[in-house]
Design a protein around this ligand. Structure first.
Ligand SMILES: Cc1cc2nc3c(=O)[nH]c(=O)nc-3n(C[C@H](O)[C@H](O)[C@H](O)COP(=O)(O)OP(=O)(O)OC[C@H]3O[C@@H](n4cnc5c(N)ncnc54)[C@H](O)[C@@H]3O)c2cc1C
Length: 419
């Protein structure tokens, strides 16, 4: 079966880049193909993992966000470049969608390394289900520690190792250590047990993408609360009950979280798109894919030149994906103009009302940094209803103790008649 994309525009991927292109095309219309029905606001994922925010509040339903677009829940599987159509797998259905303009916004996948045991035992932190899984996993460790008969087992369950000290790793560790600290109040037998949080990175410092002084502040904050920071160190091996690091240490643990970077979707080459040595789709400054007319790419899957920073292409961030989407929506509707965007700044939270922000040259840290970070995310989050829900969650968190319920088994189907 074959049909045409709405308005002639087919958008592959409903993440930051694809979701915003479809939204900004407005009444022009588009068909968005996405395996999920929502756009995930990734900067708030650590707070969803720690339970400060309700997980549903950090996602935006695509059908609400992109009112005039058709949303197809499925995956792009093949591309007929000559025939200008893409094969879509949607549940049991397989069909072709013809396009006049194709927007490739397939994002990135977790970048793993051939480290023994990593694929089997490592936990990812990229999707909403990763965040929910990690929260449940961490809370289960507390139950296991409380039930443990010996000290060594308790210590193992209360050791949490994060590999990758970029934004995702630092924020996830900070938020989850807050969750554990709060939850331990309800475990009288564990109250005096030492938690061991370890942050490992191959680089010589953490958060190497932000100005040095803010990075040093973040490292000092984490160290002050007992986080064991191991820079210039790599993960060598992962087992069910321990990890081995390049500094020779073997750490007994049941938790290894891998946040050491992403790589462009491997599907790009399979779709017949050109890719560079890093797997990114090269585009010109109007975001048009090199050598393909009316095919565009943006976001984490593309190498996007930026007129404002001619010395390097855009980094993979939400704010760049959003600005690229704004330019691309205009380029599809009218005359194609070059993309140009100067970064406003960078922000990150460090848990416990602490954060760092470098916005428009203004560098703030501690409580003001945390406040600026939250305000920025609130401003960026699409839909008023989502903003209000997030504000409500934050307000509740100010006055009430954290919810430590673990609902890991509830999403699974129970056999009929099983109680
Ligand atoms: C934990 C975490 C925290 C982050 N924090 C920040 C932050 O604080 N600030 C910041 O600026 N950036 C942050 N980022 C980076 C930011 O999320 C990305 O740069 C941004 O999401 C890129 O948008 P994208 O649309 O290119 O990719 P994505 O948002 O990943 O979207 C890609 C989409 O393609 C879909 N897809 C995949 N395969 C198919 C297929 N076969 N067919 C159709 N669709 C498909 C995916 O389901 C997904 O919806 C963070 C990332 C992570 C993982």
């Amino acid at each position: 079966m074959e049909r045409s994309a709405r308005g002639g525009v087919l958008v592959l991927g409903g993440g930051f880049a694809g979701g915003y292109v479809a939204k900004l095309l407005g009444r022009h219309g588009a068909t968005v193909v996405s395996p999920e029905s929502f756009m995930l606001y990734t900067p708030l994922l650590p707070e969803a993992a720690s339970g400060t925010l309700e997980p549903r509040h950090v996602v935006v339903p695509l059908r609400v966000m992109c009112r005039h677009a058709e949303v197809v829940l499925g995956r792009a599987a093949a591309h007929d470049v000559e025939g200008r159509r893409v094969e879509i797998h949607a549940g049991e259905d397989v069909h072709w969608l013809a396009y006049e303009h194709l927007v490739v916004a397939l994002g990135a996948v977790v970048r793993t390394l051939p480290i023994p045991g990593l694929a089997r035992y490592g936990l990812g932190f990229k999707s909403l289900s990763d965040a929910i899984h990690l929260r449940n996993h961490v809370l289960r460790r507390l139950e296991a520690a409380a039930a443990a008969a010996d000290e060594a087992r308790r210590r193992r369950e209360l050791t949490f190792v994060f590999v990758g000290a970029g934004y995702a790793g630092v924020e996830a560790l900070a938020e989850l250590s807050d969750l554990v600290r709060d939850a331990l109040r309800y475990y009288p037998t564990l109250r005096h047990e030492r938690q061991h949080w370890v942050l490992v990175d191959a680089a010589p410092k953490i958060l190497s993408e932000i100005p040095a002084r803010l990075g040093e502040y973040a490292a000092a904050q984490l160290a002050r609360r007992g986080v064991d920071i191991r820079v210039a160190t790599t993960l060598e091996e992962v087992g069910e009950q321990a990890v081995r690091l390049s500094d020779g240490d073997v750490l007994p643990t049941s938790t290894l979280v891998w946040t050491a970077g992403v790589r462009p979707s491997p599907l790009l080459a399979e779709l017949g798109l050109p890719v560079d040595e890093r797997g990114l789709v090269p585009v010109d400054e109007t975001l048009r894919v090199d050598g393909l007319e009316r095919v565009w790419a943006l976001g984490d899957c593309a190498r996007v030149p930026n007129r404002a920073t001619p010395e390097h292409p855009d980094p993979p961030t939400c704010q760049h994906a959003l600005r690229q989407a704004r330019r691309l929506a205009k380029n599809i509707r009218g005359e194609a103009r070059p993309y140009r965007y100067r970064m406003l700044g960078q922000v990150a939270t460090l848990g416990r009302h602490r954060g760092i922000a470098d916005v428009l040259g203004l560098r703030v840290r501690g409580f003001p940094g945390w406040f600026v970070t939250r305000s920025y995310h609130l401003y960026q989050l699409p839909l008023l209803s989502r903003k209000l829900r997030v504000v409500a969650d934050w307000t509740v968190a100010l006055f009430f103790k954290r919810d430590i319920v673990e609902l890991g088994s509830l999403g699974e189907r129970r056999p009929l008649g099983d109680g």
